[in-house]
Design a protein. Structure first.
Length: 502
């Protein structure tokens, strides 16, 4: 960083991501200051899980409101939220205090133009309204003001508390409205507000003990709320490091993020994971849930299995594509001697559409397995479209004569798909599916006495709602994660007591 600041990086040595530069501030702290830093982490975890809980209920209401009504409701919704935000921005600055302008600054105080950090708003000459300075400024400047170092007593306790409640509440009701809005800066501002309050408390209680600046406490507060709500510890740590350019604050930032994430994970999911669940997206977590150990693969795999013969009639292929929305179909061949069905492989829906569009049909079922159908296609024909929704069965028009013809699927079938036996634990199948990034996992019966394939596991088959719909007795209690952590703590305490007695 010093090399770039001296001009060694050329045009890349200034600006960029370092928006709130506090890199020249020394980070000296005593061991006793780890206690308020840890408390910041606990506060961030509690605020974060509360934000996730309340915002989840608000989003459910928003989704129901927007789904069951027309576009005018969305416009009215945005208008109401805008009126609330405007009313708060106009009314709250009247609660601010008039503070005398500092003398050791280069900026004009009070500000006479629209931009600036010191808004006069009903204050006499030489004074500024601290709450108006926060509310009337853009979010980037607000964060810069809260992160500013060497600005003791720039804001009062009342101002920071009011602004924290306002930004927390507006973030709750604004996120989910049909407008492009984000969460990062509102959460960052809220955390920086109570972080700066913590720094002011430490300065007032023990002026000689606390060596961390109020602005550094604001950075730690922002990290705590981000960690408690979003739970992305490594990403947030890197982002804050790049924004502030202060490497020496990294250990405390990591500590705060670790505590806030741990507290939040005791109660609920992160705000982004919750939105994924609310939208019903088939997202698979890193590890399988514990109840999956008690289930087998055949317990949850799809029962509506649709198969195709190696040489199939065009009519059946078209009917199958029209009746189902499956994206892959098992291909079955018959043993030449025993005439028993054998699982040949898997063919994708998109490949079937390409074959139908190519119209290289057969007039009858060939007697041998040799086929030169692959010469009629190029590999690029089976690639995914660069844009748009791709081809659909509705786009293909076939005449009655073509429907009576046949397609040889063997040259286009994936003869080595990933398979598991039907008795495998669902948790192991989950690990295979997610670890390999599969879309389809074929389930083969352990004892080959009947049909050669038992089913296909897709992403939806591993979703918690799908499994619990089939097995409701496996539903976990609401506070299971917290109970698991508490039981682990009790076991540790019991072990210590046993060691003392012995």
């Amino acid at each position: 960083m010093a090399y770039c600041s001296d001009g060694g990086c050329g045009l890349f040595g200034s600006g960029g991501l370092i928006i709130y530069n506090i890199g020249d501030v020394s980070v000296n702290f005593r061991l006793a200051e780890l206690l308020p830093v840890g408390i910041l982490g606990v506060i961030g975890g509690i605020f974060g899980c509360m934000f996730t809980l309340i915002n989840g209920r608000i989003l459910r209401f928003y989704f129901a409101l927007h789904t069951n009504n027309g576009p005018m409701i969305k416009i009215l919704h945005v208008a109401i939220v805008s009126l609330i935000s405007t009313a708060l921005m106009i009314g709250l600055p009247w609660l601010g205090d008039c503070i005398e302008c500092p003398t050791n600054i280069e900026e004009t105080c009070p500000t006479t133009e629209k931009s600036g950090n010191f808004k006069r708003f009903r204050c006499p000459d030489g004074h500024y309204n601290d709450l108006a300075s926060l509310i009337f400024d853009v979010n980037n400047e607000v964060v810069r003001n809260l992160f500013s170092v060497g600005t003791t007593n720039e804001f009062t306790y009342k101002t920071l508390f009011i602004y924290m409640v306002q930004s927390y509440g507006l973030a709750l009701i604004t996120y989910g409205t049909p407008v492009p809005s984000g969460l990062f800066l509102p959460i960052m501002i809220t955390g920086a507000s109570y972080g700066r309050i913590t720094g002011m408390v430490m300065r007032s209680l023990s002026p000689g003990l606390s060596e961390l600046d109020e602005g550094l406490y604001a950075v730690l507060g922002a990290a705590s709320f981000l960690g408690g709500a979003m739970r992305m510890t490594v990403s947030i740590c890197v982002i804050l490091l790049e924004l502030t350019n202060n490497l020496f604050l990294l250990p405390l930032t990591m500590l705060v993020l670790l505590i806030s994430k741990s507290i939040g994970d005791l109660f609920n999911l992160s705000v982004f994971d919750q939105i994924i669940h609310l939208k019903g997206l088939p997202f698979l977590e890193e590890h399988a849930d514990d109840y999956m150990k008690h289930l087998k693969a055949h317990d949850v795999c799809s029962s509506s299995l649709v198969t195709l013969d190696a040489v199939e009639s065009v009519r059946k292929i078209v009917d199958t594509l029209q009746r189902t929305d499956h994206n892959a179909f098992p291909v079955i061949v018959k043993d030449e001697v025993t005439q028993q069905p054998i699982f040949h492989g898997l063919i994708l829906r998109s490949h079937l559409l390409v074959l139908l569009r190519g119209r290289h049909f057969l007039a009858s079922v060939p007697k041998d397995s040799a086929s030169d159908a692959t010469k009629s296609f190029k590999s690029v024909d089976f690639g995914k479209p660069g844009a748009g929704r791709g081809m659909s069965i509705r786009h293909i028009r076939l005449n009655p004569a073509e429907l009576e013809m046949f397609l040889d699927l063997r040259p286009f079938t994936n003869t080595s798909p990933y398979t598991v036996v039907d008795t495998i634990s669902l948790s192991k199948a989950y690990a295979v599916f997610r670890g390999l990034g599969l879309r389809h996992l074929c389930v083969i019966p352990k004892i080959q006495s009947g049909f050669p394939i038992a089913g296909i596991l897709t992403r939806h088959d591993f979703i918690e709602e799908h499994i619990l719909m089939k097995f409701p007795h496996l539903k976990r209690a609401k506070w299971t994660p917290l109970q698991v952590h508490l039981s682990a703590i009790r076991k540790v305490l019991d072990f210590r007591n046993l060691c003392k007695l012995s």
